[in-house]
Design a protein around this ligand. Structure first.
Ligand code: AMP
Length: 293
């Protein structure tokens, strides 16, 4: 893992190197700093790996809570998938360890916090910012899909911002490694595509739908099928009841792009590599993938 390899002197033999990489982490390897946030199953702290001085985020999960909610299987899958992905727009999972009561995830530190909070602060994003984020996500999802990983839970709450203002997909709790078409119902209702709401088979194109929802929420500040009652959201998703309010003013190129992603027939959704070639993306997304506020 990155932390270990940065501590290795140049003249180590490969067996010594792999011994370092395979070492078991304990809490004593880290200086724990300020709390970064609280999740459903535990807390996240800023931490420094003592040998390398590498700054990380340490996610501390309570086994009892994981067991109570029956999500151990989900966590195992998340760890397995996220630790094998290496992409600038995917939060790295460097490793994990555990003691009697807790599981610790050693995560890349996303210095600029949550996209969700940024969106709350700004209400909605400019087209340049939205396009930069959407293009970054499309690149990250192309990478995931190339490795047969479907994320299935793309939404602002699962996105963090790194020190260079780059977007990072942070939560792989609902992701799945698959060569098959899936039927499982998962994720939050607002972001679910019709085929998942209706529990029919789905594939990687579910992430294109969610990216369309996200693009809409970036530009309008609310997801498109939001309704007071779950049953209404459900109906609006299934009917693809897509409406663009007059305010804030959004270009027709952006609306066109959203409409091309939010298509009921999953095989007709705009493929991600084509999305990157769309004029709205090309004209608005920062080529560096970095949107400086
Ligand atoms: P979670 O349990 O993943 O929902 O995390 C709870 C909160 O901790 C998040 O909402 C973030 O504010 C913060 N957080 C989680 N992971 C990181 C990270 N890698 N870098 C910075 N902050 C994080």
């Amino acid at each position: 893992m990155a932390i270990a390899s940065e501590t290795q002197p140049q003249d180590k033999t490969s067996s010594e190197v792999s011994a370092v990489e395979k070492r078991r982490w304990t809490l004593n390897d880290f200086d724990i700093g300020k709390p970064l946030g609280r999740g459903k199953f535990g807390h996240v702290y800023l931490a420094r790996e003592k040998r390398s001085n590498h700054i990380v985020a340490l996610k501390v999960l309570f086994k009892s809570q994981l067991q109570q909610s029956q999500v151990e299987h989900q966590l195992r899958r998340e760890v397995e998938i996220q630790s094998h992905l290496r992409h600038p727009n995917i939060l790295s999972l460097y490793g994990y360890f555990y003691d009697q009561k807790r599981v610790y995830l050693i995560l890349e530190y996303a210095a600029k916090g949550e996209v969700y909070k940024e969106l709350q602060k700004c209400k909605y994003f400019s087209e340049r910012r939205a396009a930069t984020y959407v293009a970054s996500l499309a690149r990250a999802l192309i990478y995931c899909h190339g490795k047969h990983v479907i994320h299935r839970d793309i939404k602002p709450e699962n996105l963090l911002i790194g020190a260079q203002s780059e977007l990072k997909i942070a939560d792989f709790g609902w992701s799945v490694h698959t060569f098959n078409r899936r039927r499982t119902m998962c994720g939050t209702l607002d972001y679910l595509p019709p085929e998942m709401v209706e529990s029919v088979e789905h594939d990687a194109s579910v992430d294109i739908w969610s990216l369309g929802i996200l693009c809409y929420e970036f530009l309008y500040g609310v997801p498109p099928f939001e309704a007071k009652e779950h049953s209404d959201t459900y109906r609006r998703i299934v009917q693809v009841d897509l409406k663009f309010p007059p305010k804030p003013i959004v270009s027709s190129a952006a609306k066109d792009l959203i409409a091309q992603m939010l298509v009921k027939d999953s095989s007709q959704r705009l493929p991600l590599h084509k999305l990157l070639e769309q004029p709205w993306i090309v004209q608005n997304a920062e080529p560096s993938g970095v949107y400086k506020v």
